[in-house]
Design a protein around this ligand. Structure first.
Ligand SMILES: [Ca+2]
Ligand SMILES: [Ca+2]
Ligand SMILES: [Ca+2]
Length: 339
């Protein structure tokens, strides 16, 4: 596979921190939500990979350092509801520690986006995910970075009511703190309530709904499930791992969901592993997971911050692990059926 650089004018902007494809206007053509350190952009997709700013939606991104995004179509709406998560408020003279910016929620009205609702407090969001935990509505989970909120923060989930509100202990929501990075969700046991996995430093956290709970109550799965991926599984570095992107997918086409975790040091942090190979955790029929990334050829120790796990026409089970800083390179590996 070969790639050639051909950046379209509408995409040649500075300060981009993330790019999400979704069909915002439901015309069958993928559009883009672009996160930036600066005003976020919505770009309408056209034929031949062309993009242009949406003129008619009224969307006006504020000046935030955006580091998380999720979208959902709420009942009766033609346009998606868009959530943008913010990191540190760069304008706060007392930052960066304890200076997390607010997150914002764009709910459509009559085919346009009015100014966003603030989702406060913000705790330096690094991932967001709209998902139905079992309550019949897509609520908004936010994974937050304790490195910058320092104290007083926690993981969050917003109940997407007419006026969104944070779930709390009365709803069964249990406060916990992470060096929050990625979120992935999948109903691993088919009981209608999704499990959720969050990456962090040290233990990666696979959580399951508390049996019988009426609200969004989650608990860590037992250590014996084999999902913590807390130290490098190969090489000589025994310091704790740093998980970035996490994704569920059936990597070996056996009908059981597996887990890919992109790993890599934040930036010369001596308390955590510098040589941190990516993890591919293959699920066994008993629900436990085992590390197979070395055998699968995806155990790159390069600093990995994003990934996509999915099939391609040539390889039905393929992992694309994007390597770090500025997306300068990509590794594409095929997972052998023998693994
Ligand atoms: Ca479109
Ligand atoms: Ca489940
Ligand atoms: Ca599998």
């Amino acid at each position: 596979m070969r790639f050639e650089a051909e950046t379209r004018a509408a995409l040649a902007v500075t300060g981009a921190t993330g790019l999400y494809p979704l069909d915002i206007d439901s015309d069958g053509q993928a559009d883009l939500a672009m996160l930036r350190a600066g005003p976020d952009l919505l770009l309408k997709g056209g034929p031949d990979c062309s993009f242009a700013p949406f003129a008619e939606l009224g969307f006006a991104g504020g000046d935030h350092w955006s580091t998380a995004f999720s979208a959902t179509w709420e009942p009766g709406e033609a346009l998606p509801t868009l959530a943008f998560g913010s990191y540190v408020d760069r304008a706060d003279p007392d930052g960066p520690f304890g200076a997390c910016d607010r997150n914002v929620l764009y709910r459509p009205e009559g085919g346009r986006y009015p100014p966003p609702l603030p989702l406060e407090p913000g705790f330096c969001a690094l991932s967001m995910l709209f998902s139905d935990w079992g309550g019949g509505r897509a609520d908004l989970r936010i994974s937050n970075d304790r490195h910058y909120y320092v104290r007083g923060g926690e993981e969050q989930m917003w109940a997407m009511e007419a006026v969104p509100r944070l779930y709390g202990p009365a709803d069964g929501w249990q406060s916990f703190q992470l060096w929050g990075m990625g979120i992935a969700s999948r109903d691993l046991d088919g009981d209608g309530r999704p499990e959720v996995m969050m990456t962090s430093m040290g233990d990666q956290r696979l959580q399951q709904p508390v049996p019988g709970a009426a609200g969004p109550a989650y608990e860590d799965v037992p250590y014996e499930r084999g999902t913590t991926a807390h130290r490098p599984h190969a090489g000589a570095d025994g310091r704790p791992s740093t998980g970035w992107h996490v994704e569920f997918g059936d990597a070996d086409n056996d009908g059981l969901d597996d887990i890919f975790i992109a790993k890599g040091n934040v930036d010369q942090m001596p308390d955590t592993a510098m040589e941190d190979p990516n993890s591919l955790l293959l699920q066994a029929p008993d629900g436990t997971f085992r590390e197979v990334s070395v055998a699968a050829g995806v155990a790159s120790p390069a600093r990995s911050r994003g990934a996509a796990l999915g099939p391609t026409p040539r390889f039905p089970a393929t992992i694309h692990a994007l390597r770090l800083h500025g997306f300068t390179g990509a590794t594409v590996r095929r997972l052998s059926a023998r693994t």
